[in-house]
Design a protein around this ligand. Structure first.
Ligand code: SF4
Length: 164
């Protein structure tokens, strides 16, 4: 079974079928500009702060200091997938916490001048753990969930795959 990653947590909140297809590397050409959720990042605005950190299931965009406090930054091009981005960041904070590093995060959408502080509190941990259980259950299935029209279908790289 594919291991849970931040990108898979993100995909779960966009579409459960997409999560399965993405995790099993099935589907259209990866060059499709919207296929990889990671490609929705827009890091150009934060070059000065940029310190990409990778770890198991993690690809943190940047660590930044705000008033002396270290924050994990997750940068997106659009707030269209806000919940998915928030939960992806929550997953990174959760993974770091498991390694003894407790930090808060900041979700950044530079093109919309948006910034949201994400704190890994108990309700967020509960939601994330529930989602991770469901992600594992979905990924354990031999087949993807059936396609259901959602608002993201129109721009999804799997559109032809699901609906033609
Ligand atoms: S086209 Fe729609 S149903 Fe298919 S994977 Fe994308 S979002 Fe999900």
């Amino acid at each position: 079974m594919p291991k849970i990653t931040g990108n898979l947590v993100n995909a779960y909140y966009v579409c459960k079928r997409k999560l399965w297809l993405y995790a099993h590397e099935i589907g259209p050409d990866k060059s499709h500009q919207l296929l990889e959720i990671g490609r929705l990042y827009d890091t150009s605005t934060y070059k000065r702060d940029k310190k990409e950190i990778t770890g198991e299931g993690m690809k943190i965009d940047l660590l930044k200091k705000r008033e002396g406090e270290l924050l994990v930054g997750e940068i997106k091009k659009t707030s269209k997938f806000e919940l998915a981005a928030k939960m992806q960041l929550a997953y990174y904070l959760y993974s770091l916490k498991e390694q003894g590093i407790e930090l808060e995060g900041e979700l950044l959408v530079p093109k919309e001048r948006k910034r949201e502080r994400i704190k890994l509190d108990d309700p967020l941990i509960r939601e994330l753990e529930t989602s991770m259980e469901e992600i594992e259950a979905i990924l354990n299935n031999d087949k993807p969930p059936v396609a259901e029209k959602v608002k993201y279908c129109r721009n999804c790289a799997y559109n032809d795959f699901c609906w033609s």
